[in-house]
Design a protein around this ligand. Sequence first.
Ligand SMILES: Nc1ncnc2c1ncn2[C@@H]1O[C@H](COP(=O)(O)OP(=O)(O)OP(=O)(O)O)[C@@H](O)[C@H]1O
Ligand SMILES: [Mg+2]
Length: 122
Amino acid sequence: MDIRPTRTIAVANGKGGVEKTALVINLGAALVLKEKSVLIIDMDPQFNATRGLGIDIGEGALTVYDIIMNDRYQNLLFDTTIRINTTIAESTAVGKPVIFYRPACHGSSDFVELAEEMINRG
Ligand SMILES: Nc1ncnc2c1ncn2[C@@H]1O[C@H](COP(=O)(O)OP(=O)(O)OP(=O)(O)O)[C@@H](O)[C@H]1O
Ligand SMILES: [Mg+2]
């Protein structure tokens, strides 16, 4: 399997209307033209990036905004936190789930806790 590094780019500026959304849409499209895989996550309640990409989410669609803001979707969020752990990055690079690579590290115990939370919720 081809494992390629992933880069996360966050675009932020306290001032409105300074090309944040336009940057995301157009840099994303330009990277795709360069044969990069791009995932744009639109967390803005104005959903301008979604609209700017010509995507019609339709009435009543579940969005990231709903999951964060509405109590009725809170059960889709888990309490377990996966802490930053360099062993997880290493395990990905060697092609093993972290619980097989370093069972005793924090990353492994966090994922075991997440699995337990999922199972307990049914
Ligand atoms: N390089 C540019 N040249 C001309 N117009 C631009 C350029 N970049 C952005 N715009 C226009 O400026 C306006 C504001 O841009 P954009 O929506 O990207 O800003 P924003 O920072 O995301 O704003 P907001 O704070 O409202 O989310 C839009 O109408 C956009 O089309
Ligand atoms: Mg914007």
